[in-house]
Design a protein around this ligand. Structure first.
Ligand code: GAL
Length: 640
């Protein structure tokens, strides 16, 4: 597979006379894919039922004739204003029951049946017209599900659908009462019709109710997406893609991804550093214009799993964005670095957002590859450089990593429902483990918690899995690799109660959690030999060995052959020790990468990325700021 580059383009924003020139410049830059259409419903159907697709025909023809492969987006993230006249109740409602108004985008509730039918209708029209087009080589379904906090809606449509979902899941209201423990505070229901979404309650709603609503909300995204994939599947054989986001966990991406052919995501490293990451100020300063050195890699690895091996970056930051609290420009070289990093993690396509900066609308301060007046922006030259490197790149083999991390969306919903301590965040926990693996120079695969095939993995980390069902516990036990679980693993059932027979997979290895406490940010429980536990602490007992101990003598980890349990949320220094010790036990070679340097191996090739704004020396080699070095069997390749 030869990775290729692409770009996001909005022909409806520019005079038609300019399209051919844009297409020519895209090809000249080395771009091969162009995504269009995903917000253009008001131009496709200005008046209900009156389609105007001639302009779209011509733009596809123009782009295709220039040699570009088109990704056609379904326009369902931006229903036109008239849609609200037809379906006044289609808006999502926030937790205060207020409808979220027209005037930006994503103004729909996933549960609204009338809107789903409108989506099926427009997608059917587009599918029939372009499903066999030689130029439409892939489809993007909707745009960024969940963006702007839109997965969970408390609208009437959602309430109605939730009741049906509950009836289907529980069969009878008595079973639901039992499962949720509704005897507590006299919360028992007599019929499904009495059950509302869990917002606006006087105090905390029953966590079982909240978790059920989160599962339901995720299922609605899956069902909404499936309406479109079913329709498109009747018209085209081109791959169907969705563009997911960074650190959005509100729906189960693995389940949405099961109905799609390729996963993609939208990578905005500098925006994420400033508004989506807990980190020390010094770290944010050091990587202000580069982004966090692990954030992109984490999502590359995650979406590789969501796409069952096939994944793209659909939107790559090309310059300053407009939406973070502050929007610094990337250091020269970073657009190139981010692009090649995606390739090193197996991306088939890296596509920049966007071709030309819009002079109007909400994103007029968001850079493109071209300036608003059509001159080249700094990102364009870097895209050209990437294209040149890809031309020379040998075929990159894909292989399983030796190390894996399990990632489980429902665990995030569970711990967000009842964190028990403000710092206990699932993403934060998993990401801190991931970073430690990367600091040790390891390449990582991310796996869904539905995975049962752990063949080939020497080390599997599964921190914070809320529910550890017996079949997963068994599969982890059967693998020859070492599994590290905890803290809080298996602490709840799927109905958000404490498991009757103790925690699956843990009790049998004779590990008992005798006490749990959450800690404010300034408090740390020190561990003998270095590092601390923060946010979350468990007092555990059992007959297993104790590889790490708190300074007060209590076990920080319990170890039996093949399985370790962690009794707390490790800080970075402790994660480093845990990873080093576990890796050594499993015979893995680990290293200690200098700050900002990261490595990713792909078969015989190894990529080294310098995220630092200074030259870094490592193992006798020197890496310039923002440099990407590609090694093949001990030889540093010279690709420029
Ligand atoms: C993405 C979105 C794009 C654009 C971009 C700006 O979230 O899909 O349409 O808004 O962000 O960075």
């Amino acid at each position: 597979m030869k990775p290729e580059l692409g770009v996001c383009y909005y022909p409806e924003h520019w005079p038609e006379a300019r399209w051919a020139e844009d297409a020519r410049l895209m090809i000249e830059t080395g771009l091969r894919w162009v995504r269009i259409g995903e917000f253009a419903w008001s131009r496709m159907e200005p008046v209900p039922g009156e389609l105007q697709l001639d302009w779209l025909d011509r733009s596809i023809e123009t782009l295709g004739a220039a040699g570009l492969k088109v990704v056609l987006g379904t326009p369902t993230a931006t229903p036109p204003r008239w849609m609200l006249d037809r379906h006044p109740d289609m808006l999502a409602a926030d937790a205060d029951d207020r409808p979220r108004k027209f005037g930006s985008r994503r103004h729909y509730c996933f549960s609204h049946q009338g809107y789903r039918e409108e989506c099926a209708r427009i997608v059917d029209i587009l599918g029939a017209r372009y499903g066999a087009s030689p130029h439409v080589t892939a489809w993007q379904v909707d745009n960024e599900y969940g963006c702007h906090d839109t997965t969970v809606s408390y609208s009437d449509a959602a309430a109605t659908a939730f009741r049906l979902w509950l009836a289907d899941r529980y069969g009878s209201v008595e079973k639901l009462n039992e499962a949720w423990g509704n005897v507590f505070w006299s919360m028992e229901y007599q019929s499904f019709d009495q059950i509302d979404p869990p917002n606006l309650t006087v105090t905390e709603a029953n966590p079982a109710h909240v978790l059920a609503f989160r599962r339901f909300s995720s299922d609605q995204v899956v069902a909404f997406n499936r309406v479109q994939t079913d329709v498109l599947g009747r018209h085209t054989e081109a791959p169907l893609i969705h563009n997911y986001m960074g650190r959005v966990l509100d729906f189960d991406h693995f389940e949405v991804g099961a109905d799609l052919d390729i996963a993609s995501w939208d990578s905005y490293p500098i925006g994420f550093l400033s508004d989506r990451l807990e980190a020390e100020d010094a770290h944010k300063q050091a990587f202000l214009q580069q982004g966090d050195p692990d954030m992109q890699a984490f999502h590359h690895d995650l979406y590789r799993a969501v796409g069952r091996g096939r994944w793209w970056v659909m939107e790559q930051q090309p310059g300053p964005v407009n939406w973070a609290p502050h929007n610094p420009a990337p250091l020269p070289g970073m657009v190139r670095l981010w692009s090649l990093e995606a390739v090193a993690h197996g991306a088939e396509v890296v596509s920049y957002f966007r071709w030309r900066q819009a002079p109007f609308g909400q994103e007029q301060m968001h850079a493109g590859l071209l300036q608003p007046d059509g001159r080249f922006a700094p990102g364009l030259a870097e895209a050209q450089e990437v294209a040149a490197v890809l031309e020379q790149l040998p075929d990159l083999a894909t292989a399983r990593a030796q190390v894996a991390i399990l990632f489980d969306y429902p665990s995030d919903w569970a711990w967000a429902t009842q964190p028990q301590g403000a710092g206990f965040d699932y993403f934060r926990l998993v990401f801190s483990a991931y970073r430690a693996l990367r600091r040790a120079g390891l390449s990582v695969d991310i796996l869904p918690s539905s995975c049962r095939d752990f063949e080939g993995y020497s080390l599997i980390l599964a921190p914070g899995l809320a529910e550890l069902d017996n079949s997963l516990a068994q599969a982890l036990k059967d693998t020859s690799g070492l599994t590290v679980i905890g803290p809080r693993s298996g602490a709840i059932t799927s109905e958000f109660s404490i498991p009757d027979a103790g925690r699956p997979g843990i009790e049998e290895f004779d590990c008992h959690v005798d006490l749990m406490e959450s800690l404010p940010p300034a408090v740390a429980r020190p561990v003998v030999g270095g590092g601390t536990v923060r946010h979350w602490y468990e007092r555990v007992s059992g007959s297993a060995e104790v590889p790490f101990r708190f300074e007060d003598g209590a076990p920080m980890a319990l170890a039996k052959p093949g399985l370790w349990y962690l009794a707390g949320f490790p800080d970075d220094a402790l994660w480093d020790r845990i990873v080093a010790e576990a890796a050594e036990q499993m015979g893995l070679t680990v290293t200690r990468l200098p700050e900002g340097l990261r490595r990713r191996s792909l078969g015989d090739h190894s990529f080294v990325f310098n995220y630092a704004n200074s030259t870094v020396e490592w193992e006798g080699h020197s890496y310039a700021p923002c440099e990407v070095a590609i090694w093949h069997k001990g030889q540093r390749l010279n690709l420029s």
